[in-house]
Design a protein around this ligand. Sequence first.
Ligand code: SF4
Ligand code: SF4
Ligand code: SF4
Length: 260
Amino acid sequence: MASAFLLDMTRCIGCEACVLACKAGNQLPVNTQYIELIEHTSGTFPDLVGGFQNHRCYHCADAACVAVCPTGALFKEDGLTRLNPDACSGCGYCVQACPYGVPKMQNGRSTKCDACASNVSGGGSPWCVTTCPAQALEYGDRDEIIAKANSRVAELKDRYPKVQVYGETQAGGLGLIVVLPDDPAMFDIPTDPQPVPVSVDIWKGVVQPVSMGLTAVAAVGAGVLGVIARRNHLAELKELEAREKAGVPAGGSESTEEEQ
Ligand code: SF4
Ligand code: SF4
Ligand code: SF4
């Protein structure tokens, strides 16, 4: 079963209760938070519109962070993207690759929301969901969450003509389904998120050793084939020498008593 969050931005009042509950519940250090309320302005002067984004991990099905993580510290489980900090090497590739700019490095390790894995496995709910006073957050079966989001959109059409569900298809389908009252751009959210091309460090750290490994395998293979070819060649020379000594012409065969 794939699980997901529902975040209804038509209900979110920006109170930050989810931010604080997440920090306290997950015992995050002072300078670490998994949820950020980011203010932004859109439009052109003088028709500027202010708003904020409830920024957190989108739990992409095709998670770029998981794809580039060389140690398996980031992995998918129940449709969500988990992080095992003990397995993190601190390479920072996930930070570079995430199209939403979610993972952050703290004390040499990646850090991001893991959907309160320990809480949820014991039958609880993520801390942010249990705390939201505006019922802007829910958590549950992804299909049911999507149905709820679509039903919210149908209810809100008159009030918000551009209201829409975000996350059904983006990045292979997100584990954070968002009801947006306007276009994603109005919330600084990419309409079609793409993995960010990682820097040359990735090539140096991951691709190059792999390709060098393949080259080494190819070289070993070529060496083995060379030894076999040389052995065959020497065997042919020995056979030729023996034939010459026996007076048998090249390409001919030694006669047997039956043939005579
Ligand atoms: S939003 Fe970023 S960190 Fe979260 S699953 Fe997607 S790629 Fe990974
Ligand atoms: S920094 Fe990110 S990509 Fe690198 S090992 Fe840690 S979790 Fe994986
Ligand atoms: S607790 Fe709920 S209303 Fe408050 S910022 Fe978080 S999602 Fe929005």
